[in-house]
Ligand binder design. Structure first.
Ligand SMILES: NC(=O)c1ccc[n+]([C@@H]2O[C@H](COP(=O)([O-])OP(=O)(O)OC[C@H]3O[C@@H](n4cnc5c(N)ncnc54)[C@H](OP(=O)(O)O)[C@@H]3O)[C@@H](O)[C@H]2O)c1
Length: 431
């Protein structure tokens, strides 16, 4: 009997040495291989792409993101060399196609960190701290930070609403970074809740209640229209009056839309939103607020902006107050080797503090327990989802289809690499 025709299985591969080079290749069907015990295969069905995916490629060796889904040995020659080619993972949903895990049935929908591929992917999962939460235990993934090895079965309610699922695929992976920054690093009540260093407790670096206190600070958010910044800002806007900073400066290519949100949240007097060409205006305004510190959250500002701001601060009365720079992320572009080196040098010379979402989440799970922590995050995330029309009124989903071509993941990578995704666009892909 003839076997039924199957759609070709495709993977999007990116060159590890030059992330601008990428292509789509067909691979032989994985269904022909026997499923090991305590494993499942799941096929990605809905993925989001943001600048964060560029970081997974840029830091893929250092932070082991390339190890999540190495190119399969069956990949056609030219692209099967795991030292040269990699698969960039993306946040979203996958449908289980086969399972030997009691408790996970075929057709279930799982949230997590998936390959940019249409092929069913093999995961070895063990149940963890919370019902519906699973951890990937394959040896090749053990150097990955824990957040990337956690998978969640979805609730049937979540499965009904495609629009909400698309916003989840786009935002949820980075939203948690903004939430943790506001809740734990700059905790609204640092004397009641022990604050967490941006690199987590395992770093053993000190982070006191004074470090966490924003009540006499001015906060500057660079790259304020990034999804991670918008998430942080949404949480910040909701702080009780006594724990708000003295002022907020948002720096962005999209000042009109962002100031409108701040105004609507009651931050009109407290905030200024500036285009990159207007950053020199920030210093005088901040001086007038007489802060004891300036906290800069760099979510991926354009070239030289941070240096310019630091020079401005140094040349003003503000040189006497403390400056804290939290390095959230890099720009929406592929960095050359020289640019990566320059970014590392700037970490040192500007005294930037690296931010690490996984390390903070691990600290909080340790301190509060997984049940309490995930209960709180999930509650707040649902509030954001319900409030998204007012939190990000300018943003729209830009749907793509599949892996190949301009409308597929291939086209999304092309746009991201060229800094061509506009602040109001959210790339999501139905596979
Ligand atoms: N450290 C962590 O744990 C952590 C966690 C989450 C995310 N991140 C990092 O944070 C950064 C932002 O991630 P995201 O996914 O939120 O980003 P995103 O939403 O895809 O960012 C889009 C924004 O990038 C800004 N941008 C900067 N340079 C650009 C350029 N050359 N062309 C076009 N846009 C440019 C624009 O904002 P403006 O116009 O407002 O500048 C644009 O709206 C990434 O580097 C990501 O890896 C780090």
């Amino acid at each position: 009997m003839e076997s039924p025709t199957r759609n070709p299985e495709m993977i999007h591969v990116v060159s590890k040495t030059d992330n601008r080079q990428h292509t789509v290749v067909n691979i032989p069907p994985s269904l022909d291989q026997t499923l090991p015990a305590s494993s499942l295969r799941a096929q990605p069905v809905l993925l989001g792409l943001t600048s964060n995916n560029l970081s997974y490629a840029r830091g893929g060796d250092l932070l082991h993101w390339w190890k999540t889904y190495p190119v399969p040995p069956t990949t056609p020659s030219g692209y099967n060399d795991q030292s040269s080619w990699g698969i960039v993972p993306a946040w979203g949903y996958a449908t289980v196609t086969e399972s030997s895990i009691p408790g996970i049935l075929p057709d279930s929908l799982i949230w997590g960190y998936w390959p940019t591929a249409t092929s069913p992917t093999l995961l070895r999962l063990e149940p963890r701290d919370l019902e519906g939460h699973w951890v990937e235990v394959s040896s090749h993934r053990q150097q990955l930070m824990p957040i990337y090895n956690r998978y969640e079965q979805t609730h049937p309610d979540e499965e009904k609403n495609l629009d909400e699922r698309a916003w989840c695929a786009l935002f949820r992976g980075v939203w948690v970074a903004g939430y943790l920054l506001n809740e734990y690093v700059f905790s609204p009540d640092p004397r009641a809740r022990e604050p967490v260093h941006p690199l987590g407790a395992a770093s053993k670096l000190p982070w006191s209640a004074d470090d966490a206190d924003l009540s006499s600070a001015v906060v500057m958010v660079l790259g304020a229209s990034t999804k991670v910044a918008r998430s942080f800002l949404w949480c910040l806007f909701d702080r009780p009056k006594e724990s708000r900073p003295l002022g907020l400066v948002q720096v962005t290519s999209s000042p009109g839309a962002l100031q409108e949100v701040a105004d609507r949240k009651g931050w009109r007097v407290l905030s200024r939103t500036l285009a990159y060409t207007e950053i020199d205006q920030a210093t005088r305004w901040i001086e007038g607020l007489q802060p004891s510190k300036v906290v800069i959250v760099d979510c991926g500002a354009r070239d030289h902006v941070l240096h310019q701001i630091c020079r401005n601060l140094q040349g003003s009365e503000l040189r006497l107050c403390k400056t804290v720079i939290v390095q959230m992320g890099g720009q929406q572009k592929v960095y050359t080797t020289e640019e990566v080196q320059a970014a590392r040098a700037a970490m040192q010379s500007l005294g930037k503090i690296q931010y690490n979402t996984s390390a903070i989440q691990d600290t909080v799970i340790d301190r509060e327990g997984a049940g309490t922590y995930f209960g709180k995050v999930s509650h707040r995330w649902k509030e954001w989802l319900a409030d998204r029309a007012s939190a990000i009124p300018d943003m729209k989903l830009v749907w793509g289809q599949g892996i190949a071509g301009a409308m597929g993941i291939y086209g999304g990578w092309e746009k991201l690499s060229n800094g061509a995704v506009r602040p109001e666009e959210g790339l999501v892909y139905a596979l």
